[in-house]
Design a protein around this ligand. Structure first.
Ligand SMILES: [Zn+2]
Length: 139
């Protein structure tokens, strides 16, 4: 790995980002940390930051939590998302997501951690909540 590439940090290291690796020799990509490429065996793997955009491959709704401290977060979805970079990631998501939805990664507190949480991507013409409050008064 190059020196610069190893400095990229992801959500599991406290930074709001999804990081993946890409093999320099064959461009195979993956999400789970590896020391060598499972396709060609090369050890030159670069860490890269995802744009956080993708499509829901599948999901499961969670209505119960293993510990009482997480009950305020239900319901939420456990989603498998195919990112535009060609990797599939497991994360949380809004409970109203459906298979095939275009989604964007956000990062939200969940218990004592901040985890990736996918929300439906806005379509052209939609406004987010912040934009709805903008007025043109005084212009
Ligand atoms: Zn490779």
């Amino acid at each position: 790995m190059s020196t610069a590439a190893t400095e990229i940090k992801g959500w599991y290291e406290g930074r709001p980002a999804i990081v993946f690796w890409a093999c320099r020799a064959c461009d195979t990509r993956g999400y789970l940390p590896r020391h060598f490429c499972p396709r060609c065996g090369a050890t030159a793997l670069d860490k890269k930051e995802s744009l956080g955009a993708g499509v829901v491959y599948t999901l499961s709704l969670m209505w119960r939590t293993p510990v009482a401290a997480l009950r305020p977060f239900v319901p939420y979805a456990i989603v498998l998302v195919d990112l535009v970079e060609g990797i599939r990631v497991l994360a949380h998501g809004d409970p109203d997501l459906r298979i095939g939805d275009r989604v964007t990664a956000t990062y939200r507190p969940f218990g004592d951690r901040v985890l990736p949480h996918f929300v439906r991507a806005r379509t052209a013409g939609e406004k987010d909540r912040n934009e709805e409050n903008i007025t043109l008064d005084g212009l």
